[in-house]
Design a protein around this ligand. Structure first.
Ligand SMILES: *Cc1c(COP(=O)(O)O)cnc(C)c1O
Length: 485
């Protein structure tokens, strides 16, 4: 029914469709050979199909710019380029390194501690070989995965026995489920903590099938409160390190040693969840005091739980130490199998714990301690080095100055003990009423760099705390890639 003109159009469409590159020809082209060698023929074939389909639709829609592109001399080269880019994007990891300039050193959302070289080497060896993970080389029989770590952990903490699981939340869950299944757990009202949203002591109790028995008040709990709450159905006494807040003023909490005495008298285990749990006295590195795992064991806790990737500076893990008999019970709980750590984490944790055996060099070898103990003079030097290039890059867009600030350890450790630091303080130039928008835009610009820069917004300013900036050159090199609004 069509007019002659219509027929003509159809014909030219048909010609265009016929001239689309064929998949086979594309796969043989030199420009895609390197890509195929890297990711394989299948992925390239699939993407080529997708891109050819895009072209086909453009032809049918008579999209003029696409049609012009298809008849340009550079078309084939550019088309191959487009396929390559799409594949690069598909194969790129979404898990990428960032600059943590938030001022929170152990930042849970940014993956907590960076591992030392020694740990990385151990991980590679464990990952690329068969290992005696659960194999006793002397008897040739089945072994125990905890055996690799237990001696080193016990040496560092003075505990009789140790076991390791996926993280500290798992450690607490496992201990509660093992020692207090269907029973009551007595805990002070002042210690019903929530850590980072997902870990709340009352919820963990429920998941472990224990009943929470709160004693005392938010600010004051006495030994007699614990004593009065003990009954035939009490499973354990628990103390939780109030790691992300501190109650000040008219307060009282009961010392570990007193709780330990009470628990022995009543024949009920006493467990302390330390959260961060340091293995050494941090004061030797100029940091505030945090109770060590050893102190807590010495004060009579029957079991202590703590994280591998908080103050310890190791991989994600939960460590349980204490009385042999209790650790044995924990290990025979069927849940242990579901919560155990893998060989790669185990290798990393052992390497980190071994570094602790040489405390003099620890603050140079363990990245976490390098960051935590960095002298403020050194941070100020980095700030001075960055000031001019950053100001130049942001000229006309934002004002930059160096500001004194405080970093925090983070992840619940010593929240109120802030460490003196220096920050680049960036204030966008914006019309009145648009400063918040400009500030968020500026922060987003830095986050979209190849290695995203994460700062914190405070009081109308974007702050980059430089305590954790180790790669100054890397930071400077990508400044020209900043895209502005
Ligand atoms: C951080 C913390 C936890 C949870 O430890 P993860 O390693 O994050 O699982 C539990 N209890 C306390 C007191 C903590 O500070």
């Amino acid at each position: 029914m069509g007019s002659p003109l219509h027929v003509l159009f159809m014909n030219s469409n048909l010609d265009q469709l016929k001239s689309l590159p064929s998949i086979d020809k594309l796969l043989l082209s030199d420009s895609l050979a390197v890509l195929i060698a890297r990711v394989g023929k299948e992925s390239v074939k699939l993407e080529a199909r997708v891109q050819i389909d895009v072209l086909r639709k453009a032809i049918l829609a008579e999209d003029e710019s696409s049609l012009a592109w298809m008849s340009s001399p550079d078309f084939m080269a550019e088309f191959c380029q487009r396929i390559s880019q799409a594949i690069e994007a598909q194969f790129a990891s979404t898990l990428i390194p960032v600059f943590n300039l938030t001022g929170t050193v152990v930042h849970t959302n940014l993956g907590r501690a960076s591992l030392p070289r020694e740990a990385v080497d151990a991980m590679i060896t464990a990952a690329t070989n068969a290992t005696n993970l659960e194999f006793d080389l002397s008897s040739g029989k089945r072994g125990d995965r905890d055996s690799h770590l237990e001696r080193a952990i016990c040496e560092m903490t003075g505990a009789e026995a140790a076991t390791v699981v996926n993280n500290n939340a798992a450690a607490v869950l496992l201990v509660l489920n093992t020692l207090a299944l269907g029973k009551e757990v007595i805990i002070s009202r002042g210690e019903l903590v929530e850590i980072g949203g997902a870990f709340r002591i009352p919820d963990v109790m429920e998941s472990a099938n224990c009943t929470l028995k709160e004693v005392g008040t938010t600010n004051r709990t006495h030994l007699k409160d614990y004593a009065a709450a003990i009954n035939a159905n009490t499973g354990l006494l628990m103390k939780v390190h109030t790691s992300n807040y501190e109650i000040r003023g008219f307060t009282n909490s009961v010392a570990e040693s007193d709780l330990s005495e009470l628990s022995k008298e009543k024949g009920i285990p006493f467990v302390s969840d330390l959260g961060s749990g340091s293995l050494v006295d941090l004061r030797q590195y100029g940091l505030p005091h945090e109770p060590t795992v050893k102190d807590t064991i010495e004060m009579g806790a029957d079991l202590v739980t703590f994280s591998g990737d908080k103050l310890l500076g190791g991989p994600q893990a939960g460590i349980i130490v204490g009385k042999r008999e209790l650790i044995d019970r924990v290990k025979s709980n069927a849940l242990k199998r579901a919560l155990r750590i893998d060989k790669i984490t185990l290798a990393a944790l052992l390497a980190v714990i071994n570094l602790y055996k040489d405390p003099q060099r620890l603050n140079r070898r363990l990245p976490l301690l390098v960051d935590l103990s960095r002298p403020v003079a050194e941070i100020a030097e980095i700030a001075a080095q960055l000031m001019e290039p950053v100001a130049k890059t942001l000229k006309g867009k934002a004002q930059v100055e160096i500001q004194e600030c405080k970093s925090q350890i983070g992840s619940g450790a010593l929240p109120l003990d802030l460490m003196e630091s220096r920050a680049l303080c960036i204030v966008p130039v914006a019309e009145k009423g648009k400063t918040d928008l400009a500030l968020n835009q500026l922060a987003a610009n830095f986050r979209s760099l190849p290695k995203p820069v994460i700062g914190r917004i405070y009081d109308g300013k974007l702050l980059f705390d430089l305590r954790c900036l180790r790669d100054v050159d890397g930071f400077l090199q990508q400044l020209p890639s900043l895209n502005f609004w």
